[in-house]
Ligand binder design. Sequence first.
Ligand code: IPE
Ligand code: IPE
Ligand code: MG
Length: 251
Amino acid sequence: MAEEYPGVDRTRVPRHVGLILDGNGRWANARGLHRTQGHAAGEPALFDVIQGALDLGVEWLTAYVFSTENWARDAFEVEFLMNFNIDLLQRRRDEMNEQGVRIRFIGNRDDPRVPDQLREEIRMAEELTAGNDQLHLVFAFNYGGRVELADAARAIASAVATGNLDPADVDAGTIGEHLYLPDMPDTDLVIRSSGEQRTSNFLLWESAYAEYVFSPTYWPDFDRHVFGRCIAEYQARDRRFGGAEDRSESN
Ligand code: IPE
Ligand code: IPE
Ligand code: MG
């Protein structure tokens, strides 16, 4: 298996990796296909990367699958994506469960634009896999970092209004406790495919000190090997968290 992930140091694997899976539409366009066929082609890529995360012992993998801004796409594409997510959960949940994957969701599933059936599939997948701990697989669905922070601010404001929280006690930890998954660790590495170099509202709070790796590969061409190379690139970085460069080896 070492051969499969050349350059990856298994003792320093990032604990939480975020994935901005981008480039499905361009992948399809380049082949004269419809954008939706690009989304379909992205599914095996995602599940191969999940396999890579399991192989390497990544504990948390968060995949950005639908943003709060993606409602702006045409109705046909949005409807395709909703049905695709229903279908994907139905087809994949048992295999994920057998591999010890815990499926979780962040984002606003209660939005009336989200089909009831998808809400139900999300609930079932979470319930089925709730006892697993090999990998937390988080789908960021109808997710936006700003909305997540606004939701946290609202919850904090109401705790203050009911007298359960003193405004003087609100600090960065309080915000963290009011995010969608308070037990989710900060992102160590965010990978974005397709060559775009922006966050597009993904895990804004959680990625404050994440390393970013931007891969030119369109998402449907991604696999565990590309994922491994992104991890090797991450491991070559010097994470300083505001401290000074570690010069202990040269001193
Ligand atoms: C990412 O691929 C998938 C989603 C945002 C749902 P895109 O659909 O954004 O593909 P491009 O960026 O248009 O190529
Ligand atoms: C980000 O990709 C959202 C997801 C991957 C779900 P987009 O393709 O929507 O982002 P922009 O519009 O290029 O910033
Ligand atoms: Mg895109």
